[in-house]
Write a protein that binds this ligand. Structure first.
Ligand code: FES
Ligand SMILES: [Fe+2]
Length: 466
């Protein structure tokens, strides 16, 4: 049990063990802390020097999301993950344990495993044929008699694959390059305890796609961690969600916000009528048939909460453990620096933002659709694609029906800002970002990066709402 969990048990009178713990609601909301008003520079988005410091002092220090545990179903199942300049190899051992390694041949430094995923009994470098077992130990050197270095025996320990530290939470495999990192649960902290109420380990991976964007990874992060842009960039969203002046909380190096679903934004001219778009996008959930509902469009979420509460003892979904906000709305959590969970009771879309190997002007936006399906649902099938920035697909086509076209259009709108932001922040006329209170998660994120780059890699709270 981690330190955070022990502290929680103590603070909440062991309620976690009794199964009646509920995630703390956002409402009534706590004031957003004032963590400064200064402009944030543009150089961080395009400077090769800033990118190098991020590698040395940020990426190599933090915990990073790798993949779903279910993607490694059997002993020998493996997957590769490109992260910045590195290739990582995750593999389930004969003992069932998931391990992670730098995917690098110890002979002359070739990339060892070159198929993106598969099942292996060992890994053999295609160059000269050195071999490793799936637990990372050296299996065979081709003709060791040719090496004077091995006259006294092959130094097997020295020639094993270089490991990364791996742990799991919520059905996800996480890893860190930092041998001195705090345990994963301590790193994720209290926010992971909140999300435990959704029983994430039972979610199935429905789809996973990657979009290469012509913008720095931090633009992608910033695009998905405030809702202030909904009205201008996604006007259709004002019909189905509230993004104006929503609750936001900072928590250590992480943060969360509450996106209200199944309501009409207060910025909309008319909030009561159930238009076809509103009906389509709000009528889902808890078996609700739009024809049954005669109330105001802005109050659909209240009806959804009432219906889910009424059926909480008659469903495989853990509604009973959830507070009312969780039943209808989206708990939007970002674990620093690059994993965002957009969480609802029935599904969670997870975003991961990855840097390019060498170019600060390019990044990778990974999109995982997960769902808490009924037990015994067959494992969903999907094919992962990496769509290049100069040939991005129509987003609806990329998801082939796993994501509603209303939302794929929203994604297209978000993606459209990447090259224009990347260009604009490099202008001589750009004086730095001015961030409003609704963009405090972005300010907090960049301040946290700055702290890491200054060498402060401790986890204690930077700011909280408490
Ligand atoms: S580089 Fe891998 S065996 Fe030679
Ligand atoms: Fe957006």
């Amino acid at each position: 049990m981690s330190k955070v969990e022990r502290e929680f048990l103590a603070a909440r009178g062991d309620q976690l063990n009794q199964g009646n713990y509920q995630a703390p609601p956002f409402l009534p909301r706590k004031p957003i802390p004032n963590i400064g008003l200064e402009r944030i520079d543009g150089e961080r988005f395009f400077s090769p020097e800033f990118m190098r410091r991020e590698w040395d002092r940020l990426w190599t220090k933090v915990w990073l999301l790798a993949l779903r545990e279910s993607e490694l179903p059997d002993p020998g199942s493996y997957q590769l993950l490109d992260f910045g300049k590195e290739s990582f190899l995750f593999v389930r051992g004969e003992d069932g344990v998931i391990r992670g390694f730098y995917n690098v041949c110890q002979h002359r430094g070739n990339i060892l495993c070159q198929a993106q995923q598969g099942d292996a009994t060992m890994f053999k470098c295609p160059y000269h044929g050195w071999e490793w077992n799936i637990d990372g130990t050296l299996r065979n050197v081709a003709h060791p008699n040719l090496y004077r270095q091995f006259d006294g025996g092959i130094p097997k320990d020295e020639l094993g694959l270089t490991p990364v530290t791996v742990d799991t939470w919520g059905g996800w495999v996480w890893f860190t390059m930092n041998r001195l990192a705090a345990p994963l649960r301590d790193y994720l902290g209290e926010l992971a305890v909140h999300l435990d109420t959704y029983e994430l380990e039972k979610f199935q991976l429905v789809d996973y796609q990657t979009f290469e964007w012509a913008g720095n990874w931090k633009h992608a992060h910033d695009a998905f961690n405030e809702s202030y842009h909904f009205e201008a960039l996604h006007p259709e969203f004002t019909n189905i969600t509230e993004g104006y002046d929503i609750p936001i909380e900072l928590n250590g190096i992480h943060s969360r916000m509450l996106n209200f679903n199944a309501t009409v934004s207060e910025v909309a001219a008319e909030r009561d009528r159930l238009t076809p778009l509103r009906t389509k996008m709000m009528g889902i959930g808890a078996g609700m048939v739009p024809a049954d509902y005669s109330g105001s469009a802005k109050n659909v979420h209240l009806e959804i909460i009432a219906r889910k509460r009424a059926m909480q003892d008659d469903t495989y979904l853990p509604y009973r453990r959830m507070n009312d906000e969780q039943l209808a709305h989206q708990y939007h959590y970002t674990f620093f620096p690059n994993a965002t969970f957009t969480q609802s009771a029935e599904s969670c879309i997870v975003f991961r933002y990855r840097p390019h190997a060498t170019d600060p002007n390019i990044s990778y936006y990974d999109f995982f659709i997960t769902a808490h399906n009924p037990p015994e649902t067959p494992t969903p099938e999907y094919t992962h694609h990496v769509y290049r920035h100069d040939s991005l697909p129509d987003y609806a086509e990329a998801f082939r029906g796993t994501f509603d076209p209303v939302f794929t259009n929203v994604l297209k709108e978000d993606g459209s800002n990447m090259p224009t932001m990347q260009r604009g922040v490099q202008s001589d006329a750009f004086k730095g970002m001015i961030l409003c209170e609704q963009e405090v998660r972005i300010r907090h994120f960049h301040q946290t990066i700055d702290r890491f780059l200054m060498g402060d890699v401790t986890i204690p709270p930077l700011a909280t709402n408490a």
